[in-house]
Design a protein around this ligand. Structure first.
Ligand code: DGJ
Length: 398
């Protein structure tokens, strides 16, 4: 094609895009639409660019949302254009309506002048979540931390604290949780059985014997002294104010649900293991009535896979696995996305939003968001049905 014509074509396309942005096609309908450009009209559109108040795509990936005193605060990973490593830090956006977001800036920046810092520029900071502690009045952030230059081998949890939801957050430390602790509820026999496991016998993975050993605590034993591995993570505050840190542990084979201390700044030492050897990550936990739900993904790097779902009568379990809650086109791949959080909408009895990331590892900052309402079947089981776009008003009865 003639280069001049193609340049003119590009200019026309840009002009048309600008026009469409300036005259919102969906203005005023309060709908979420997945897959399109997103005018500032109070509507959620899945997979689209999601412009903040400055018209810039929201950069808060692997995130979670905190409601505090009339505003929602969305925290997430700032993704750069060509690397998923942390070059900037953790960002925060705020909103009153969950669709129009104000950029509150970088609330926990990477450290640029000390290469020995845990959070030195170039480390990996993923899936930050923030909870508010009513006893201390502090905002507590936990995130998955990988030390600079060590790939994903460190598998640590970082913790930071702030006086205000918009920070600044003060980085406290990182750790592998629950050093020295055995899972809560383990009997003396369970501990003795674990003690008999010899790592050298299980050098070959995925054999039936290895699977049994994993279930019996092969990696719990290995990491007992130094603390358990912690990668993809979630925080959950129960109605009694107790908080839990849920993370992919044991080489991403087994989830741990670990209770936090009263101030939320450390682990209490009480934890349970969920689906040993099941390879779950991206856990998102919520409670509806007396049932605890957890949506997770499998472990396929940045590529989407089929969501999994679990339920339990108590945060401590027992956790039962259900089929994926996703329904609709590409449901088998979670609509091209991976769970990051389930948001209970404030002031609504029964409205929860499934939040997920459509990763773009070749252009991380251009990753997109998928937010879908969770409905419940007659049996009370969650359903996440695909919608291009939708509005909170569609659920005004809930
Ligand atoms: C999947 C995880 O869910 C992401 O947070 C990230 O750690 C990628 N793996 C890295 O491949």
């Amino acid at each position: 094609m003639n280069r001049k014509v193609s340049a003119l074509g590009r200019m026309a396309a840009l002009w048309l895009t600008g026009l469409l942005m300036a005259v919102p096609a969906w203005a005023g309908d309060g709908v979420i639409r997945n897959g399109a450009l997103w005018p500032d009209d109070g509507v959620i559109r899945n997979g689209a660019l999601w412009p903040d108040g400055d018209g810039v795509h929201v950069n808060a990936h692997g995130g979670g949302v905190l409601w505090h005193k009339g505003r929602y605060y969305w925290y997430g990973e700032y993704k750069s254009d060509s690397t998923s490593n942390a070059l900037v830090g953790i960002t925060c956006y705020s909103s009153k309506n969950l669709t129009d977001w104000r950029n509150e800036g970088v609330v926990l920046p990477v450290v640029t002048d000390d290469p020995t810092s845990d959070i030195a520029r170039g480390c990996i900071m993923e899936r930050p979540k923030v909870i508010y502690n009513v006893r201390t009045g502090k905002f507590v952030m936990w995130f998955h931390l990988e030390l600079k230059g060590q790939g994903y081998s460190a598998a640590r949890s970082g913790v930071a604290v702030a006086d205000r939801p918009t920070g600044p957050f003060r980085y406290l430390r990182s750790e592998r949780p629950n050093a020295g602790c055995l899972p809560t509820g383990w009997t003396a026999e369970d501990a003795a059985r674990m003690d008999t496991l010899q790592a050298a016998h299980y050098a070959k993975w995925w054999t039936p014997g290895w699977r049994k050993a994993v279930a019996e605590g092969l990696f719990v034993k290995r990491d007992r002294a130094g603390g358990q591995m912690a990668r993809d993570m979630q925080l959950f505050v129960d109605t009694d104010g107790r908080a839990y840190h849920i993370f992919a542990s044991e080489e991403n084979l087994t989830l741990h649900i670990a209770e936090l201390s009263d101030d939320y700044l450390s682990h209490s030492g009480r934890y349970v293991r969920v689906a040993p050897g099941g390879q779950n990550e991206a856990p998102a936990v919520f409670r509806r009535g007396d049932t605890y739900w957890m949506i997770t993904s499998g472990c396929t790097g940045w590529a989407p896979n089929e969501a999994r779902m679990f339920s339990a009568p108590s945060i401590w379990g027992p956790w039962t696995q259900h089929p994926s809650p996703c329904v609709g086109p590409n449901a088998k791949k979670t609509f091209g996305a991976q769970s990051t959080y389930v948001l209970p909408v404030e002031g609504r009895d029964d409205l929860f939003i499934f939040m997920a990331d459509r990763w773009r590892p070749e252009h991380p900052s251009d990753a997109r968001y998928v937010w879908l309402p969770i409905t419940f079947g007659p049996d009370g089981v969650p359903v996440v049905e695909w919608r291009e776009s939708w509005s909170l008003d569609d659920f005004s009865g809930r």
